[in-house]
Every structure is written in C-alpha cells, then in structure tokens.
Design a protein around this ligand. Structure first.
Ligand SMILES: [Zn+2]
Length: 491
C-alpha cells in the first residue's frame, strides 16, 4: 500500500494519501480547505491522538500536520512532539494538562492560541514558531526550561503573572506587544537580540538571576516600573526608540547600559535604586572579588564606563535632576583618578619582561603573581598615583567642582581659626588694638578671608597668607555655584 510521502528529518507518515494527492489528510494543504473535510480531519485527529495516548508510546509525535480549531482536553501523561504543525483557526489547550515535555517547535498558530493558567511540568519548546493571533500564556507556571527562541508574535503576547522556574529563552524574538508584568523568573532570562515592536510591559517583575537584553530593540513604550533585577542585567548595545517613553523605576544596582545610548525620553523614576554614591554596576564590579563576575569584568573598558556615566548624567540633567547628575559626574571623575586601563603595548612589554625574568632569574612566585592580573583590563592605580595628585585634592576640597559647600566650609573654618587667633593676640595685649578683642578679631579675620576686602590697621604676612590660601577655595565654590545656575537655565 502507498503511504503519504511527507518526510521531515527521518519522520515518515504511515497514513494513506487522500484522493488525487501524494499526501494524507493531515499533510495535504488543499484537503482542509473544504469545510466538509475539516470535520473529518478534526475527528480523525482526536481519535488518533487518544489512541496514541493509550498506546503510551513516548513521545507522542505529530509532525507537519495541518489542523483546524484544535481543542485539547484532559491529561496528557507523556511527552508531546507537535513539530511544524499549522494550527488553523483558534487553538485551545487551556483545559489540557501536559504532564511531560511539550514541543511545539516551528509551529504556526494562525489565530488566537490559549494556554492561560497552565502548569507546564516539563520543558516547553516553541522555538521558531509563529503566532499570528494573540498568544495567551498568563497566570502560567513553567516548571522547567522554556524556549521561545526566534519566535514571531504578530499580535500581543500575554505572559503576565507567570512563574518561570527554569532558564527562559526569548532570544531573537519579534514581539508586537508583550506583557510580562508581575511574573517571576527564578533562573536566567534571555531576551537578547529581540525586537519589541510596540508597547512592552515588564513592570513588577522579579528577576532572581541574570537577565540579558543585549542588542535588543525597544520600539514602543516600555515599562520596567517596580522591577527588581537581583543579579546582572545587561542592556548592552540596546536601541531605545527616541520618541518612546521608557521607564525604569526599581532596583538598578546591577544594571549595565554599556555601549547603549540613553535617549532623553528614558526616565528613571523616584524609586530607582543605584549603588551608594550613584556608583553604577560596571564600576562596582571592578573591585568585586566574586568569581561569578570574573569573566564579565575582564571585558570592560574604562572609556565605555565613563561614557555610561556621561549618558546617565545627561539624562538626569534633562529631567532637571541636577544633584544626581552631579553625583554621576563625581563618580566618573573618581574613576579617572583611581583606575587605568591595561594598554595593549603595556601588556606585551610586561609579558616580555616576565618571560625574560623567568628565563634569567627564575623567580617563579613573583612571575605567577604578575600573571594573575593578566585577565583584567582595568586596573587600580598604585596608591601614590591615586592619591598624590591634583584630582585627589580637587575631590577633597570641592567634589570636582560639584560642591560649593565643601570649599565654603573650608573658608569658614579658616575664618573661625583666624578670628580666634586675632582675638587672643588682641586680648592678651600682644599687639596694639583699638577695638575690643572680639570685634577686632572679626574685622581682621573677615578681611583676611575675603577677597577685595582690606583691613586698615596692622597687616602682617599672616593676613596675606590667609588671603592667598582661601582665594582658591572661594574660586572653587564660585565654579560650583556657576555650574548649578547654568544647568538650571539651560532647558
Ligand atoms: Zn501524512
């Protein structure tokens, strides 16, 4: 007897071909077009499906079928391979229970598909499937690995209030609009190189492990409000549409925007949490000794992190948050003071030197110690280089021109000391003074600490020394105030 000639990667179909065709009713594309045949196909499929469950042959395999209005009900105790199936009409799986692995690879769902409030016990695979209607997965529990890699969602996809217990792959997906709000990802979430064409809701999500959005494109309004990223979250080389509202408002202490432009429309809400002193993750990680970050930090470059700070600073300034913007500026200046990049030339010479030393003196321990550092691209400068320089002084006395209170405080301190000194020398009659000691002290100290103010009386070199030392501090506080006013009137 001739059987259906459908063949895919070793799968052969045992069914008898329909009239005027080489393929059976499940594989012939034309057969299902006739509405009478639709019912026949449906009934045959359900009968076959139940027989397969009864035979307990694992896995249950249907490959390349073309089915209409599929509605599965009841327990399916074995693994299911539904590969390359075209589901015409609405497909409804919400009243079925898949107890094993579920494989829907390369399927096409032509209308709505229902999987809401579902508990998937085993792995779930929808790799390379196309959802032409709305995909309902809300309130679901995925017990194991979930694979939606390279899926195309042509309408909305609803995954809200779901729990993803295993690794979740949504790599290279194309989403029309998607809602994951209120979900929990227990293991890694992979969303890299995906395209989000329209509105995206990632709010109130808990990502317990790392999340990757690398090279993704957000083309619609995007909401990350209240989302808790507990491990590294990579937004490397991400594209945000400049005209769309993108909102972050949660724990961002482990987020990285490396090589990503942050447009003005991106907004960091009032509940945004950075590390202390607005230190971003990419700076924080350099000093981390945790092994899990080792590979990550070895790929970092100083310039990229500085640019990241600059982008955040500009975004905060755009939203009138000058104080926070100033903190990002201080951090980037601090990075420049404390770290240096291991240059390529330097690496080669140091390696050459190590080899030479090894060859000549065989001081092994020291060489090994040097080699340990080889992986790191950003190194902490030596103490002397970090602390004995102008930047260090500028940080101490004025937070790189961001603080006017620090330098003014120093001038105030000098004034108080000067006042006490001048009062005492007057009071103890060490000098001739006409006023009472306190007002004499005030006058002379005020004149000494204030530029352009002079004191008519005895002036000693000390007064000039005070004037000369306080002048720069007054200047620095002036710079900080000027910066603040300029920012205020820029927009
Ligand atoms: Zn067939």
């Amino acid at each position: 007897m001739i059987s259906c000639d459908y063949n895919r990667l070793g799968y052969t179909c045992p069914e008898i071909p329909v009239e005027k065709s080489n393929k059976c009713m499940f594989h012939d594309e034309m057969y299902i077009h006739n509405s009478k045949n639709r019912k026949i196909v449906q009934n045959r499929f359900y009968r076959k499906f139940n027989n397969m469950i009864d035979s307990k042959k694992n896995p249950l395999e249907c490959v390349g079928y073309i089915l209409q209005d599929v509605k599965l009900v009841g327990n399916i105790p074995i693994d299911v391979n539904f590969i390359d199936i075209t589901f015409k009409g609405e497909s409804d799986f919400k009243k079925s229970v898949f107890e094993g692995r579920v494989d829907f690879e390369e399927c096409v769902f032509e209308e709505k598909m229902h999987f809401e409030s579902h508990t998937f016990v085993g792995d779930v695979n929808f790799k390379k499937s196309t959802f032409k209607g709305i995909a309902y997965f809300w309130n679901s529990t995925f017990g194991e690995e979930v694979n939606f890699e390279e899926c195309v969602f042509k309408k909305e996809a609803y995954f809200w209030n779901s729990t993803f217990g295993g690794l979740s792959y949504f790599k290279r997906c194309v989403f029309k609009g998607v809602n994951f709000s209120g979900s929990t990802f227990v293991k890694k979430g992979e969303f890299s190189q995906s395209v989000f064409e329209e509105e995206v809701n990632f709010s109130q999500i808990i990502f317990e492990k790392e999340v990757n959005f690398e090279r993704s494109k957000f083309k619609g309004d995007t909401d990350f409000k209240g989302t808790d990223f507990q491990r590294i979250v990579s937004f490397h080389r991400v594209t945000f549409d400049e005209e769309r509202e993108i909102l972050f408002d949660g724990n961002l202490s482990k987020i990285s925007f490396l090589n990503t432009t942050i447009p003005n429309k991106v907004k960091f809400g009032p509940n945004t949490k950075w590390n202390d002193d607005y230190k971003i993750f990419d700076e924080w990680v350099i000093d981390s000794t945790e092994e899990e970050y080792y590979d990550y930090k070895n790929k970092l470059f100083l310039g990229d992190i500085l640019l990241e700070y600059n982008n955040l600073r500009e975004n905060y300034e755009y939203h009138f948050k000058y104080q926070e913007a100033g903190k990002f500026f201080i951090r980037s200046s601090e990075m420049l003071r404390q770290y240096e990049e291991r240059g390529k030339v330097k690496l080669e010479t140091s390696k050459f030197r190590i080899t030479l030393k090894k060859f000549l003196s065989k001081i092994k321990r020291r060489n090994e110690k040097n080699l340990d550092n080889d992986g790191e691209t950003i190194l902490k400068k030596k103490w002397r280089k970090r602390n004995l320089n102008f930047s260090r002084i500028y940080k101490l006395i004025g937070d790189y021109g961001e603080s006017y209170l620090k330098p003014l405080g120093i001038v105030g301190g000098v004034f108080v000391v000067g006042w006490a000194y001048f009062t005492i020398i007057c009071d103890w009659n060490l000098i001739i003074c006409s006023d009472d000691p306190i007002s004499y002290g005030v006058k002379r100290a005020l004149a000494a600490t204030t530029p352009y103010l002079s004191f008519d009386g005895t002036i000693e070199p000390l007064d000039y020394i005070i004037k000369a030392t306080t002048l720069p501090f007054v200047g620095i506080s002036f710079i900080a105030l000027k910066r603040r006013f300029e920012r205020k009137y820029r927009h």
